[in-house]
Design a protein around this ligand. Structure first.
Ligand code: SF4
Length: 367
């Protein structure tokens, strides 16, 4: 079955660390975007290998800015062109602090999972990040979302921030746990090029925690959350059993997904596509061709296998150790096993616990 990702490229303002494609927009721009995304949906259905959809993810950007009517319009366009199964997971990312009355309408529009960018429990750190909300608004939004019957909730939290101590991080994780959401995503800050953080770091205006401090934050949180009953089912993601994000699992299990909207990506079989990462170029492509996806690459058999291993190792369940994978990387796997970085359990290859923090180095051996 297919997953559908819709990129909504609008935010109230840019956070200081963010390099996702998003920008502020007028009401008129948002309306135009909605018409175009519906047009693109109609055209995309002729490109994809299957029409049964079991996950939809509205990401961004801040999809909540489209309001319940905008969200409904997108979901109706998908429903009108694809077959959405009854048990579909429909996630919407948004920021805390939105109008609290919208949640019953979002639920009525079809949203059944909400992902909130919470990031930190300290107002001073939220200001450093350039976030446009307070922790009180995180708490209020979680309550409002729940009151609307939406219980499948995620909070994004960030560690390794400028000026963030271990005690700050512990306070953030504890505050998130107190909200009893079933899913938490913990992201280490990565300073991306051409962001204010990038410039400020070069100018010496911000200082990031040392490597050991990051590691301590990661391990502390992991133990705390596991003790509280969360599974660290993917490197950065923790869920109570049954609340894993089904859409994101598709990426890591290398299952097919279609991307709609500017800067969205698609993948099925051995091909990968990318939509133009500019609202203007995307609009021109949709008007000219319908679906804006442009072929990025056709993968060879070996590249597909490597991708399966690299993505699968991100997961606690690991990757099925097929004869093809064994034949291709037997020496690499033997060496990683000897160093205690991977293990074989049943027919699956997995990272060992100690390898999780250096997962990228382990994965690099399969490239
Ligand atoms: S709200 Fe999210 S997408 Fe928008 S600027 Fe901030 S981090 Fe980026």
């Amino acid at each position: 079955m297919l997953g559908v990702y819709v990129h909504v490229p609008f935010c109230l303002r840019k956070c200081h660390y963010c390099d996702f494609y998003s920008r502020p927009a007028s009401g008129e721009e948002r309306e135009r975007y909605l018409d175009l995304v519906c047009q693109e949906t109609e055209a995309a259905v002729r490109q994809v290998p299957e029409r049964e959809v079991d996950t939809i993810f509205l990401g961004g950007g801040t999809p909540g800015l489209l309001g319940p009517e905008g969200i409904k319009k997108i979901l109706q366009a998908i429903a009108g062109n694809f077959h959405i199964i009854n048990t579909v997971e429909i996630t919407m990312e948004t920021n805390p602090g939105a109008n609290r009355d919208i949640w019953p309408l979002m639920a009525a529009a079809g949203i059944n999972r909400v992902s909130l960018g919470a990031q930190a429990a300290q107002e001073r750190l939220l200001r450093v990040l350039g976030r446009c909300h307070t922790w009180q608004e995180v708490q209020n939004t979680v309550q409002a979302v729940r009151r609307a019957g939406l219980t499948n909730l995620n909070l994004d939290l960030m560690y390794g921030l400028p000026g963030q101590s271990l005690a700050d991080w512990q306070e953030t994780v504890a505050a998130a746990l107190a909200l009893e959401v079933p899913h938490l995503s913990l992201y280490a800050l990565k300073v991306e090029e051409n962001t204010p953080f990038d410039r400020w770091e070069r100018e010496g205006r911000i200082t990031l925690p040392e490597e050991e401090e990051w590691a301590e934050m990661y391990w502390w949180a992991r133990e705390k959350l596991e003790t509280a009953g969360y599974l660290n089912y993917e490197l950065s993601n923790f869920a109570r059993p049954g609340f894993e994000c089904r859409h994101n699992l598709k990426y890591w299990r290398r299952q097919p997904y279609l991307g709609l909207g500017p800067a969205a990506h698609s993948c099925w079989g051995n091909v990968r596509w990318a939509n133009p990462a500019s609202l203007e170029e995307w609009e021109a492509e949709v008007r000219a061709r319908g679906w804006s996806g442009q072929l990025v690459e056709r993968l060879s058999e070996k590249e597909i296998l490597a991708e399966q291993v690299i993505l699968g190792l991100r997961l606690a369940e690991g990757v099925v150790l097929t004869p093809e994978i064994e034949a291709e990387w037997s020496a690499v796997i033997a060496s990683l096993k000897q160093r205690g970085l991977v293990q074989v359990s049943g027919n699956r290859l997995k990272l060992t616990r100690q390898a999780w923090y250096i997962a990228n180095e382990v994965m690099a051996e399969f490239i």
